[in-house]
Design a binder for this molecule. Structure first.
Ligand code: FES
Length: 179
């Protein structure tokens, strides 16, 4: 594949939503000229938008000495980087050994069925994103999930789905109260 075709193919992997690029100017001012800082720049950009938008990647190429191909290559190589926006609630489902032997697969299956998505995807209402992760560091609570930084342990498939239902209910009530 020619280099340009390769770049076009890689660009298709990123979400191409319009974002406010001014938000990342301070990051580029701080790290733009620092050699070997591309990963750092991308991590900081992900902290701003929650993912790496295509327009921001092009902006990084414009403002630093990195080629687009290099930026896309790094962003797509490391699993820490998200190329699509995440939902309001990020669910990390632990697939580490302790959780695995205590039934994490069944919990994952139940949550996937309820949310109608697979790990790595976001629900249509943009409320939930589901991600598989290795050990969350609280194995005594296995099986565990973490939602926006809060751990929920000793789960069963039913308990996990109930947590999601409660969040959805709370969100719906919030939306009604706001109107
Ligand atoms: S294996 Fe799941 S928290 Fe450690």
């Amino acid at each position: 594949m020619c280099e340009n075709c390769n770049i076009v193919e890689l660009e298709k992997k990123f979400e191409d939503k319009k974002v406010d690029l001014k938000l990342i100017d301070p990051i580029l001012e701080k790290y733009g000229d620092v050699k070997g800082s591309l990963i750092n720049i991308l991590q900081n950009i992900q902290d701003v938008y929650g993912y790496l938008p295509l327009s921001a990647m092009k902006y990084v190429a414009e403002k630093t000495n990195n080629e687009k191909a290099t930026i896309y290559g790094v962003a797509t190589f490391y699993t820490q980087f998200r190329l699509n926006p995440i939902g309001k609630y990020l669910i990390l489902q632990c697939q580490g050994t302790a959780c695995h032997v205590n039934g994490s697969k069944e919990i994952s299956k139940a949550m996937c069925e309820y949310l109608k998505i697979q790990p790595g995807e976001t629900t249509e209402d943009e409320l939930f994103t589901l991600e598989d992760v290795a050990c969350l560091g609280c194995c005594s609570l296995a099986p565990v999930i973490m939602i926006n930084g809060e751990a929920y342990g000793n789960l069963t498939p039913g308990k996990a789905v109930q947590i999601l239902k409660d969040i959805r209910k709370k969100e719906k009530e919030g939306a009604i109260n706001e109107n």
